[in-house]
Design a protein around this ligand. Structure first.
Ligand SMILES: *Cc1c(COP(=O)(O)O)cnc(C)c1O
Length: 460
């Protein structure tokens, strides 16, 4: 029983059993963290255990603490549920145990990333000449994109930041929309561009940057300039006017980065593509696979319009690493890790399974379901606070209620178990926040969830 094939079959059928039950089990887990700590045990035993026994031990310990976040009624954060074929591809990536550092170590991983990268650029309307790194997610993609930006604007100012660092460097201006994602700040911090230097630009009612204000802010001072724009605000789904904003940034000699963790996918659907019109004009882009493309964690993409800048900013040349004595594709030169999982397999499979039409349909369906959610909740007497342009919905309660009440309702909805969603603070107001990003969510899931929310809210 302990051979690899049996273990993998066992793991696969356990995972498949879990996934098959997702749509009917309570979305929140049964066990709390304290119970799970107990189940996972105390100090590491001196003696090892048989492989099958220990895998079973893991399954027993973990299952009560698994969230049905891959299921069709999980609307918290921005969470997709991995497509079956993409899940299988990721299990193969683990089984094949390839190191996707470069094409010498794994030509298959290199070719899969190359092909999937071409498909992604085509779908997302990113120039064909752009480079791509398959990263862990939006956070890493923002870091890589902003590192490329830092490299470029400082080279333009006659400074080699990779060699000389930031001490004594010309001051870099960093301008962002006030509704940027928090990961942008962390990326900037890690790049030595401290958050106190960041200049926020006001946004409109739905959270998109005000381009006239951007123009005004940029006009008052010159020098190396990085602007981080956004496609898909994590609360409202709002997308910046990328065409005008990129034009403004370039007129002022700056680098335009676009954080499009989920919003970039609007480009892949003809009915939403206008939201990211002008996307091709940016200099770097970040996007997630594990959100709207519904591939397993962790999977994101860092694109850069100037491949030489991309590599110059993040590569780590070391002569022993190619082992081929010549030029080879080095995927590790476009990301912030060296040894890495072959995450391109799952992306390739997801794109191939869906096809361009399937990706468009996935995006369109989630947007339609978000609008349906908003309609059902409005009928139930709740207030929709944002303009539902994409897959995000903000739900408000009577203006009289305090923040704590909103949190109590959200917790009660989570406890009730039909669906799961979180709370957020938007423009000083505590709200319920919904994201529809799963390929398997149906009209019935939306109606059931809206009914549960309205019922729980009325009782609270
Ligand atoms: C989720 C998200 C991120 C961070 O992406 P991760 O994949 O969680 O690292 C960045 N920006 C936006 C707009 C997001 O929605």
């Amino acid at each position: 029983m302990d051979d690899l094939a049996d273990l993998l079959r066992h793991a696969a059928s356990t995972a498949a059993g879990f996934r098959a039950g997702l749509s009917e089990r309570a979305v929140r887990p049964d066990a709390d963290l304290a119970a799970l700590r107990g189940a996972f045990g105390g100090p590491l035993p001196r003696e090892g255990a048989a492989p099958r026994a220990v895998v079973d031990e893991l399954i027993r310990a973990a299952e009560p603490g698994l969230t049905a976040s891959a299921g069709p009624r999980f609307f918290g954060f921005v969470i997709g549920g991995a497509l079956p074929a993409a899940t299988a591809a990721d299990m193969l990536a683990a089984g094949w145990d390839q190191c996707a550092f470069n094409a010498v170590l794994s030509p298959a991983a290199a070719a899969a990333e190359e092909c999937a990268g071409r498909w992604l650029k085509d779908l997302l309307c990113i120039p064909a000449a752009a480079s791509i790194g398959f990263v862990t997610g939006g956070q890493e993609a923002n870091t890589v994109g902003l590192a490329a930006a830092r490299h470029y604007v400082l080279v333009e100012a006659g400074w080699d930041v990779e060699r000389d660092g930031l001490i004594g460097a010309p001051a870099v201006r960093v301008v962002v929309g006030e509704e940027r994602h928090a990961t942008v700040d962390r990326s900037l911090r890690l790049l030595g561009l401290g958050t106190a230097q960041v200049e926020p630009v006001p946004t409109d009612a739905n959270g998109a940057i005000r381009v006239d204000d951007l123009d005004r802010v940029l006009a008052h001072r010159g020098g190396p300039l990085i602007v981080s724009l956004q496609a898909g605000n994590v609360n409202t789904g709002a997308c910046d006017d990328l065409r005008t904003a990129c034009d403004v940034v370039h007129r002022h000699g700056g680098w335009a980065h676009v954080d499009g963790a989920f919003g970039l996918w609007a480009a892949a659907n003809p009915a939403t593509a206008h939201l990211v019109d002008g996307i091709e004009l940016a200099d770097s882009w970040s996007c997630d696979g594990h959100k709207w493309l519904n591939v397993p964690y962790d999977s994101g993409f860092s694109f850069c319009a100037r491949p030489d800048v991309h590599v110059a900013a993040v590569s780590h040349a070391a002569p022993y690493l190619t082992g081929s004595g010549g030029a080879t594709a080095v995927m590790g030169d476009s990301v912030l890790s060296a040894s890495r999982r072959a995450r391109g397999f799952a992306v390739w499979v997801a794109l191939r399974q869906l096809g361009a039409d399937g990706v468009a349909a996935l995006v369109e369906r989630c947007c339609g379901l978000a609008r349906r959610f908003a309609d059902r909740l409005t009928e139930g007497g709740l207030e929709i606070v944002n303009e539902v342009v994409l897959n995000q919905v903000l739900v408000g309660f009577e203006p009289a209620v305090d923040d704590a009440h909103v949190d109590r309702v959200v917790e009660a909805v989570q406890r009730e178990g039909t669906c799961w969603l979180g709370a957020t603070t938007w423009r000083g107001r505590r709200l319920m926040r919904i994201s529809v990003s799963n390929h398997a969510t149906t009209d019935t899931d939306i109606d059931r969830s809206a009914e549960a929310i309205v019922r729980v809210a009325a009782r609270a």
